[in-house]
Write a protein that binds this ligand. Structure first.
Ligand SMILES: Cc1cc2nc3c(=O)[nH]c(=O)nc-3n(C[C@H](O)[C@H](O)[C@H](O)COP(=O)(O)OP(=O)(O)OC[C@H]3O[C@@H](n4cnc5c(N)ncnc54)[C@H](O)[C@@H]3O)c2cc1C
Length: 384
């Protein structure tokens, strides 16, 4: 079927990449983008870094504008999907499609109850509010020590705040493994961040504005500003009853297909790893690469190349630029390919340099494309 009317649902990097890819593939039909946001598509990456620190503004994060002929409808959430009639429902009325790209991403997960005005960081609006809160606070408690939580901690420390991070496990170990995670934590600690690891859940205290957390042993940690950075939740509720398969995200096949004429990409998806396990990869590069693959599949079906995740992500914090490709949480001692963590710049491989499953570069000049190439022998062997 030749497509004439493609609807893209989402207002961020996945949606924008899908639109660019449609045009690169010479799709000359009508494109409608439905976004529930009130600002044009922007990148979230600097929200925990330069924008939060006050060194970058919305003008710096807004992505390249969509071409004039693209019908971008802001503040227009998709509220339902009818696969049979090929219609997306919105409060402004139904929008018909013959091809649909779903890129509705995720939202911040929350710890507290509805009566608590919990501070999170996902949208530009969250960022502006958090920046104002930071300016009025001298102490900050960050709940969650993943990439986002530690980036917020880093920025808050740069602004001279007294910073504590609390998590159920040593921050970053689950993502970067104990060696690199331990290194980043030691740099963070030297920068003055206090890290608390608790053996059990935390309860958010204070309402409406949270004032701290209580640990399972009854210990209370308090601060002027409490920020939750405890992961994200895929935006799938609008698909309820549509027949789209959802298991912790939209389940896509190896071509990012969801249903006839429907593909999905980015943080909203889960991918089968081949062994039946479904994994999410809520990182910027995955959203871009998957949106490209999804559009190719929408236009060319199974003759398009299947999606091969590059498994690349990065974080910037405490003066460290950490790039990673391959499996998260590499176990054991790495093989050192170059430099050393003690000297401040290192290129590391797990389990070895011959068939690495994970590569991490810390303040190392190797560009992402070369890091991905370093991993390729192992990836090819795994697929063989
Ligand atoms: C503060 C922050 C910093 C980050 N830093 C990094 C980093 O350094 N490195 C890295 O690799 N990754 C980083 N990430 C992750 C990266 O930003 C995400 O992986 C990426 O934004 C995913 O893009 P997406 O388009 O799939 O989803 P999203 O960015 O979540 O966009 C989804 C869009 O869909 C809209 N939407 C949702 N529901 C509907 C609906 N029903 N109808 C219409 N529109 C809807 C949303 O409002 C949003 O505009 C960061 C994320 C955050 C929040």
């Amino acid at each position: 079927m030749t497509l004439r009317e493609v609807v893209v649902v989402g207002g961020s990097i996945g949606a924008l990449t899908a639109v660019e890819m449609l045009r690169m593939e010479d799709f000359d039909g009508r494109i409608t983008v439905l976004s529930d946001e009130d600002v044009p598509p922007y990148t979230r990456v600097p929200l925990s870094k330069g924008v939060l620190a006050g060194t970058e503004s919305i003008d710096d994060v807004v992505l390249a504008p969509l071409a004039d002929e693209v019908d971008l409808r802001l503040e227009t959430p998709a509220t339902g999907l009818d696969l049979r009639t090929r219609t997306v429902h919105t409060p402004a009325g139904p929008v018909p499609y013959d091809g649909l790209v779903i890129a509705t991403g995720g939202r911040a997960r929350r710890l507290g109850h509805p009566g608590q005005d919990e501070r999170v960081l996902r949208t530009y609006g969250d960022c502006v509010r958090l920046r104002d809160d930071l300016a009025a606070s001298s102490s900050v408690l960050v709940v969650g020590g993943g990439f986002l939580g530690m980036e917020i901690a880093s920025t808050a420390r740069t602004l001279g705040k007294d910073v504590t991070v609390v998590d159920l496990a040593p921050p970053l170990d689950r993502l970067l493994g104990a060696v690199v995670g331990g290194h980043v934590r030691s740099v963070a600690t030297q920068a003055g961040v206090r890290i608390v690891v608790t053996d059990g859940g935390v309860r958010l205290l204070g309402a409406p504005t949270p004032t701290g957390v209580e640990l399972v042993d009854g210990t209370r940690l308090e601060a002027d500003l409490v920020v939750s950075a405890v992961g994200d939740v895929p935006n799938v509720e609008w698909l309820a009853g549509s027949g789209v398969q959802v298991h912790g995200g939209i389940v896509v096949d190896s071509h990012c297909q969801v249903a006839p004429g429907v593909v999905a990409a980015g943080d909203v998806t889960v991918i089968s790893a081949g062994d039946g396990e479904l994994t999410r990869s809520p990182h910027w590069t995955n959203a871009v690469d998957q949106a490209r693959a999804a559009v190719r599949a929408l236009l060319h079906g199974n003759t398009a190349a299947p999606y091969r995740p590059s498994q690349y992500c990065w974080t910037e914090q405490f003066g460290l630029d950490v790039k990673m490709v391959g499996d998260l949480d590499p176990q054991g001692e790495p093989t050192v390919l170059d430099g050393s963590l003690d000297q401040g710049s290192a290129l590391l491989a797990w389990p070895d340099a011959v068939a690495p499953r994970s590569i991490v570069a810390v303040n190392h000049r190797t560009p992402p494309v070369k890091l991905k190439r370093l991993l390729q022998p192992a990836a090819q062997a795994a697929r063989a």
